[in-house]
Write a protein that binds this ligand. Structure first.
Ligand code: B12
Length: 215
């Protein structure tokens, strides 16, 4: 029987190796060992993705390999998803997407999964989402929150255009705005006029709840 450490290391290695079949097996082992599914995802798969990120930055891993790593993370996430449960939050809905010009959607998909696990209705616009699409979807669905993700310093400031468009259309009081993604921060959120920022998916759920409670 594998230990908790073996399982986390196995998940991380499968992500680093970009092997979706092996990552699925380790995810199932995590469930068999009664491990917390979210812990397996964050401390196993996400740690592996961190190593991938470092190697990409160092120029020792390249785009095709990174895409395989993403696939491996997703295949483990598919196994773990049904077992990730978050204490039910207030009934509410959110339009989520990765901002225009940016295709990095792994983090956004983890945040989406956590919000769904906490019974929030999520309208996912995907990645490289045009500014106006966020506003149009929020109007159409009467969503309480727009949540935007960006992984690039070159695209993050487009989030301000969404906030400005909400103001222009008289919707700013009605729709709250939450932002996240590696280059963003609390200060950045304030800068673009957002209501909340969160560093990871767990904090995103807490920030969402706070927004809905008007805290
Ligand atoms: C994977 C990856 C890719 C993959 C993306 C696959 C996919 N489907 O997402 C591919 C290979 C396609 C790719 C392409 C590119 N990439 Co890239 N990529 C990465 C990499 C290695 C990892 C990112 C990642 O997935 N992290 C793991 C997730 C889980 O973390 P996360 O996204 O931060 O999410 C967490 C939190 O931030 C938060 N969060 C995220 N979103 C949200 C939203 C809300 C509302 C909230 C509250 C919280 C929240 O919660 C998440 C879960 O805990 C990073 C390097 C790194 N060190 O991060 C570079 C990186 C982001 N890429 C970079 C670049 C430059 C590119 C390219 C331009 C490369 C090129 N020359 O073509 C293209 C971009 C194309 C485009 N137009 O977008 C740069 C960006 C630099 C910058 N200017 O800021 C980085 C930083 C690498 C580097 N050091 O240079 N990339």
């Amino acid at each position: 029987m594998s230990t908790r450490e073996d399982i986390l290391a196995g998940l991380a290695k499968a992500v680093i190796d970009g092997d979706p079949d092996v990552s699925k097996v380790w995810a199932q082992k995590a469930l068999n060992a009664q491990m917390d599914a979210y812990e397996a995802l964050t401390k196993g798969c996400q740690e592996g993705m961190k190593v991938v990120g470092d190697r990409y930055t160092a120029g020792t891993m390249f785009i095709p390999e990174i895409l395989l790593s993403a696939e491996a993370l997703y295949s483990a996430m598919d196994v773990l998803r049904p077992y990730i449960k978050v204490q039910s939050t207030v009934p509410a809905s959110v339009v989520i997407g990765v901002i225009e010009g940016d295709v990095h959607d792994i983090g956004k998909n983890i945040v989406k999964m956590m919000l769904e696990a906490s019974s929030v209705k999520v309208y996912d616009l995907g990645r490289d989402v045009p500014i106006e699409a966020f506003v149009t979807k929020a109007k159409e669905t009467n969503a309480n929150v727009i949540a935007m993700s960006s992984l690039m310093t070159t695209t993050m400031f487009k989030m301000k255009d969404v906030v400005d468009m909400l103001v222009e259309q008289g919707l700013r009081q009605k729709v709250k705005v939450m932002v996240g993604g590696a280059p963003t921060s609390q200060a950045f959120a304030q800068n673009v006029g957002a209501d909340a920022y969160a560093v990871d998916a767990t904090e995103a759920v807490k920030a969402f709840e706070k927004l809905m409670k008007g805290a």
